[in-house]
Design a protein around this ligand. Structure first.
Ligand code: C5P
Ligand code: MG
Length: 161
């Protein structure tokens, strides 16, 4: 028998001039980037939380506290790799990742395949198993006003009995 679990993740980071915009480990050319203790990769953070959530392993702040100087400026794909190791120790396999980034600008669609490839490499998946979608917030709320970027993610895990 195969057991399946799903996990959900969400994150938000402030946008600020002069910061890098890194999404799924890919640096996107942009006037504004994301603020945070690590590299502020909101998409990798949401996916990490979804992975941890599916396995009942708490959340990103439990494993990578933003008070820990080790994670200052950290490449957030490290968090994905660490979560993957923890899942594998418990015999979980990642089946699929779906995600949405909410950001007013710039257009992210031209970077979709690069982001998928980078996330798939971190999670040791085929790019077809990683879905990345983009939405504006139609001018509404912090993301819509260009003050923040949000990310949502769902993952599916499987484990053979
Ligand atoms: O938010 P909206 O429905 O207007 O987005 C339309 C399309 O624009 C999305 O499906 C997505 O492919 C693209 N998009 C993008 N970069 C963004 C927001 C949306 O490429 N920052
Ligand atoms: Mg974050």
């Amino acid at each position: 028998m195969t057991e399946y679990r799903q996990g959900i993740g969400w994150d938000i980071h402030r946008l600020a001039a002069g910061k890098k915009l890194i999404l799924g480990g890919v640096e996107i050319p942009s006037e504004a980037g994301l603020e945070g203790h690590s590299d502020a990769d909101v998409l990798s953070h949401a996916i990490t939380d979804a992975l941890l959530g599916a396995a009942g392993l708490g959340d990103i702040g439990l494993h990578f506290p933003d008070t820990d100087p080790r994670w200052r400026g950290a490449d957030s794909t490290t968090f994905l790799r660490h979560a993957l190791r923890m899942l594998r120790e418990r015999r979980w396999r990642v089946v699929h990742v779906d995600s949405t980034v909410v950001l007013e600008r710039p257009k992210l669609a031209p970077h979709r395949e690069a982001i998928r490839r980078r996330l798939a490499a971190a999670l040791e998946l085929e790019p077809e198993c990683v879905s990345v979608k983009f939405k504006t917030a139609e001018g509404l709320g912090p993301a819509g006003e260009g003050r923040a970027a949000e990310a949502h993610a769902v993952v599916t895990l499987s484990r053979d009995a």
